[in-house]
Design a protein around this ligand. Structure first.
Ligand code: IVH
Length: 674
């Protein structure tokens, strides 16, 4: 074993802490104390020492921000405290209503003061620090479960890998936004274009795309920033009593706090802030889509509580949606899987709401009549945040003479079958069903999709080509595809074609639930397919099911029952199902996809002893990823102990307390099973 000189250790530690401090000055406080050249010099020294003495490398060393080995996929992370979203206020009145509700709930005649925070347009993330070290970073996902992006988050220099505190809390979760400044975004796009790649549409997409890279070395090269805006599950410190105090505390831990945040004595002050920020928004260095207004008093926040999706103590005052003028070039009528005909406006490209749009849905025939569209019309288009672009109105004054009125077609533009309007529906449908190639294409795409037969490698474009070339005309034909047919297709190599054939072969073995979903019965989603597969054991029983039998299933109403019966009454359906079965499609597995609760949420695990196959840190990560808390000591609260070789006192204590124990082999089996 090489012993390292104390002097080297001391100078290494100094280098680490100096670099950390300069990082903080530069990236968090916007107040660099040394030049870039000097910083690079220090960094080079650090890398040199670390190369020579790798055993010295600290987890929070600035060198650890360069990214690691690519991941095969992101792990799922359960949020201990759900990540909520915000209610929106699109008008001054809505903002005042919010204030009124707050006062009513608090039954408080005293004034309520607020904190106004620019609503950064980026990606929300949660960061968990244990004993001061960053141990897990996750995206919001659906609010309950997100993706583990720890490796990527570590590359962001405006957040600390280790909290700046001598007495850090044992556990603290910091939430905030990962975003890109406009300057960072523009620089990135110059670089991207130089390499002949497709530029990012806006800073938000660029931030989201960078954070979802499986290769953290790529993320490390992206100009990402992080701004903290809240704290959850903190322990071990005197709690601040206001949102403002909490942000100050987070700032002291080493995070960047938005300098444009402002205190507001009442809702009037919030409104002035919103107006002023709205006029200044283009001068800011980053994109925002509104202002988040939060009750400043944390005690009051608690009293107000949360609803299922959003807290009652905060609201997002959204800026008016951006509008722009464009020209209606054409209207396409797209035919979906169930024959629904949707009109889509083709527009001359305009930049609005942060993206260039060149098409917008016109929803249905009623919308076309409401707008009274003529080809070539100047139209106002609107887009707010993630909302689908909309055509708001026509500028009649600019209408050209002799322009033709847009009419909803009477016959399908793809197969020429009549388009029918069912009196109870707003949507019009092509009556061509499986004779219409548009419906066939969509049906095949749905059949092959992930929740259905899961045929990997059969992308939308390939389906279009195969149908257009006459190679397939229904889902049944997929099982007759051959290597020569596939390799004849443009840009489909021998290897991909073979992989696809394998995937098709593999799809023959499925579950009844997946098969039912794959058939694409109207309104029958994964959930309904599951209900059916659970209730009936065979497809024959479902085909023969009477209306009352279907209605007796909780979750199936008269409309669904009708769709199911109509579908199975069609002789064509019977033919397709028998053909598929003849080609080998079967469901030997459980009829319903098992959804096992693999979460260890709420459990406390303890690791002890040495394992052959993984380090303690790796085991800890696995358990945390499954939602368990990993503790260092055994107590009556311990859910399970994992005892490697040489386990001693902890194992004894666990046995005494009757706590279940896994040895290494059992632990590995458990992980493999989950
Ligand atoms: S507070 C329950 N503060 O807006 C509180 N959110 O629409 C929720 N956001 O998912 C978050 N800046 O991504 C909060 N200063 C800020 C914010 C902010 C941006 C985003 C965040 C959140 C979304 C909610």
């Amino acid at each position: 074993m090489v012993t390292i000189d104390d002097g080297i250790i001391a100078s290494y530690r100094r280098l680490v802490s100096d670099l950390q401090a300069h990082n903080h000055y530069y990236h968090v406080l916007d107040d660099p104390r040394i030049s870039d050249v000097e910083y690079d010099g220090l960094m080079r020294q650090l890398l040199l020492v670390e190369k020579q003495y790798p055993q010295l490398i600290k987890k929070d060393s600035p060198s650890q921000r360069i990214g690691g080995a690519p991941l095969p996929e992101f792990n799922q992370v359960q949020h201990t405290v759900p990540m909520l979203s915000l209610d929106n206020a699109f008008s001054v009145e809505a903002l005042r209503d919010f204030d009124r509700r707050v006062h009513e709930r608090l039954q408080d005649s005293v004034k309520v003061s607020y904190l106004c925070e620019p609503k950064l347009d980026g990606v929300a993330v949660s960061l968990i620090y244990k004993e001061g070290m960053l141990v897990q970073a996750a995206t919001r996902g659906d609010g309950a479960t997100g993706e583990d992006v720890t490796a990527n988050i570590k590359t962001i220099k405006s957040l600390p890998l280790k909290l700046m505190s001598d007495l850090p809390p044992r556990l603290i979760e910091i939430r905030g936004e990962v975003y890109m400044t406009r300057q960072g975004f523009n620089g990135l796009n110059v670089f991207v274009k130089e390499r002949g790649e497709k530029p990012f549409v806006n800073p938000r997409n660029a931030a989201a795309g960078s954070l979802r890279q499986l290769d953290s070395k790529v993320t490390a090269r992206r100009p990402l920033n992080f701004c903290a805006y809240s704290v959850e599950q903190y322990s071990d410190y005197g709690s601040p009593d206001t949102q403002w105090g909490m942000l100050e505390y987070v700032g002291r831990l080493g995070f960047r706090i938005n300098p444009d945040i402002s205190f507001a004595v009442d809702i009037d002050a919030c409104e002035s802030y919103c107006n002023s920020l709205f006029t200044r928004r283009t001068l800011l260095s980053y994109d925002i889509d509104g202002v988040v207004i939060k009750v400043n008093d944390l005690q009051k926040q608690k009293l107000l509580g949360v609803l299922s999706r959003s807290p009652r103590w905060a609201i997002a005052r959204k800026f008016p949606a951006e509008e722009a003028f464009s020209q209606l070039v054409a209207v396409d009528f797209q035919v979906g899987r169930t024959g629904a005909v949707t009109p889509v406006a083709r527009l001359s490209p305009v930049f609005v709401g942060g993206v260039t749009i060149s098409s917008a849905t016109l929803h249905n025939a009623d919308e076309i009549s409401r707008l009274g569209l003529h080809l070539g019309d100047t139209v106002v288009v609107r887009r707010a945040g993630d909302v689908i672009p909309q055509v708001v109105r026509v500028v009649y004054e600019r209408r050209q003479k002799n322009s033709s009125l847009v009419l909803f077609p009477k016959f399908c533009p793809v197969c020429s079958a009549p388009i029918l309007n069912h009196p109870s529906e707003v949507v019009a449908r092509c009556s061509g069903s499986l004779r219409c190639s548009a419906q066939v294409k969509q049906a095949i795409k749905h059949f092959a999709s992930r929740g259905a037969m899961n045929i990997n490698g059969l992308g939308d474009r390939l389906v279009d080509k195969l149908v257009d070339a006459g190679c397939i005309a229904s889902i049944v034909d997929l099982y007759d595809l051959t290597l020569p047919t596939l390799t004849q297709q443009e840009r489909l190599g021998d290897k991909s074609a073979r992989n696809l054939l394998n995937a098709i072969e593999k799809s023959k073995r499925t579950t009844l639930q997946k098969f039912l979903y794959a058939l694409g019965i109207r309104e029958v989603g994964v959930n309904c397919a599951r209900l059916l597969a659970k209730q009936f054991t065979s497809i024959e029983e479902i085909m023969a099911a009477r209306r009352n039998e279907l209605l007796s299933i909780e979750g199936i109403g008269p409309v669904l029952a009708e769709h199911i019966q109509v579908f199975f009454a069609d002789p064509k359906t019977y033919e397709i199902i028998t053909e598929l079965q003849r080609k080998g499609v079967h469901w030997p597995l459980a009829s319903v996809d098992e959804v096992r609760d693999i979460s260890l949420h709420g459990q406390v695990w303890v690791l002890t002893g040495r394992m052959e196959s993984m380090s303690r840190g790796e085991a800890r990560n696995v358990l945390q990823a499954l939602g368990a808390r990993v503790s260092d000591s055994v107590s009556s609260k311990t859910s399970r102990l994992v005892a490697g070789s040489g386990a001693g006192s902890k194992l004894k204590k666990a046995n005494a307390l009757d706590i279940p124990v896994f040895d290494e082999k059992q632990f590995l089996q458990f992980i493999a099973d989950t």
